[in-house]
Write a protein that binds this ligand. Structure first.
Ligand code: XLS
Ligand code: NI
Ligand code: NI
Length: 436
């Protein structure tokens, strides 16, 4: 029985459409900068918020109406949920989905039972993938919800918990491989600390490095060739998360000899919690060759936590798409909606409104970014801003030909630096608005 009988496949109707359940911008076959929209975005629906989110908050119980879900922890219920999830993703027209092991299948009383549950649900996932052609963008292990992980997983002070976490990732890698997952994500969860008085930070980070090497080795052993990704996030749940932003992650990867094996999965709301813009995090990851995938959402400027809202601002999506186009796209990654409907939006249909809006916002952002690039005015301004580096002393510095003595000799002769030019920020902000 269909869970969303009132919804047909969502189609593109164009910007004039008044139909809330149609795309106004996302036209999957439309080609922009030589690639279809479908291939630019590789949109992905997350299992956790969309099919497991209850709408509970610290002040109240869940609110979501999900008539297909009996609220139990049975494997049967989990499999019924799989059928609904694929009906939803298929009607939406997203080519991918992503999951945590514990979202799709219930934890049992022992590791063995938990693994059996996971296998049973994975079988249903495989059937639905084959039926619909929807693919797995990434799998990940939830190593933060169960109380055993209260001190962390790979960075725990309890070696047994590290062993449990390793077993969990081993299994999750096997299932991700079996389902043809194109990436595998590590989000730090409780990998961090609340207080340094009780924390041996060096030892914890060494263990995290060890854990990642074990994962890389095992993936190689079983022939899993998906891309490994680390997802930076600065706070929540711990006060100090080890993977706090793109720069911190890259430094960790470099320090532990892991750079060749990982890229980053950048999330908007995490970037802003870190005191950065999404654009900054994408640029930083991109320039280091580490831009792997994105978790698309947005925070609330008035609230200081990970509100995981659906992205609707064209300004934001245009900024993101400028960066993705600059670095040649996401490769094996995708635009994964790590976002949830508000607890007041409790009806099943709200899931469609949320995703349609997010996909449309990205499509519009892509068109804006492509138009800005086609005109070339912005790029020309930036190029010209650095023109002093293209010849003379600037070119000598960049090529390594000038040392401090050469700089001094040059400046002694010249007496004073040439005058600066305006950064024209306001003019450029106005320029961007011309394309919105
Ligand atoms: C939490 C993270 C999480 C990861 C997957 O804030 O965004 O949802 O994407 O573990
Ligand atoms: Ni995320
Ligand atoms: Ni998040």
């Amino acid at each position: 029985m269909a869970a969303f009988p009132e919804v047909q496949k969502i189609t593109y109707e164009g910007p004039q459409s008044q139909n809330p359940l149609a795309f106004r911008w996302y036209n999957e076959q439309e080609v922009v900068e030589g690639k279809t929209m479908r291939d630019h975005f590789r949109f992905s629906v997350v299992y956790w918020h969309t099919f497991r989110g209850t709408g509970s908050d610290p002040f109240g119980a869940g609110t979501m109406l999900r008539p297909w879900d009996d609220g139990s922890n049975s494997v049967e219920n989990a499999i019924r949920r799989v059928r609904v999830a694929f009906e939803f993703i298929e009607k939406l027209g997203a080519p991918y989905y992503a999951f945590h092991d514990r979202d799709v299948a219930p934890e049992g009383d022992s590791l063995a039972e938990t693994n059996r549950n996971f296998d049973a649900v994975a079988k249903a996932l495989r059937e639905e993938q084959q039926r619909t052609g929807i693919k797995l963008l990434w799998g990940t292990a939830n190593m933060f919800s169960h109380p055993r992980y209260l001190h962390g997983a790979a960075t725990t002070c309890n070696a047994d918990v590290f062993a449990f976490a390793g077993s969990q990732v081993k299994k999750c890698l096997e299932v991700t491989k079996e389902l043809g997952g194109e990436n595998y994500v590590f989000w730090g969860g409780r990998e961090g600390y609340q207080n340094l008085f009780n924390t041996d930070m060096k030892r914890e980070l060494d263990h995290l490095g060890r854990f990642m090497h074990l994962a890389v080795n095992y993936a190689k052993e079983i022939g899993f060739d998906g891309q490994f990704l680390i997802e930076p996030k600065p706070k929540e749940p711990t006060k100090h998360q080890y993977d706090s932003d793109a720069a911190a992650c890259l430094n960790f990867l470099r320090a532990y000899g892991l750079l060749d094996h990982f890229k980053l999965n950048i999330e908007t709301n995490h970037a802003t919690l870190a005191g950065h813009t999404m654009m900054h995090e994408l640029d930083y990851a991109g320039m280091q060759g580490a831009l792997g995938s994105i978790d698309a959402n947005t925070g609330d400027t008035l609230l200081g936590w990970d509100t995981d809202q659906f992205p609707t601002s064209f300004y934001l999506t245009a900024e993101i798409m400028l960066m993705l186009l600059k670095y040649g796209g996401l490769g094996r990654g995708g635009v994964n909606f790590d976002a949830k409907v508000r607890r007041e939006s409790f009806e099943p249909i709200d899931l469609f409104h949320a995703h349609v809006g997010g996909m449309d916002a990205f499509a519009k952002g892509l068109k804006i970014a492509a138009a800005i690039r086609a005109d070339g005015e912005l790029a020309a301004f930036v190029k010209n801003r650095y023109a002093t580096w293209d010849s003379g002393i600037g070119a000598q510095i960049e090529s390594g030909a000038a040392d401090f003595r050469a700089l001094e000799a040059y400046m002694l002769k010249k007496g004073e630096a040439s005058p600066n030019q305006s950064g024209r920020q306001e003019m450029l902000e106005n320029l961007i608005n011309r394309y919105l």
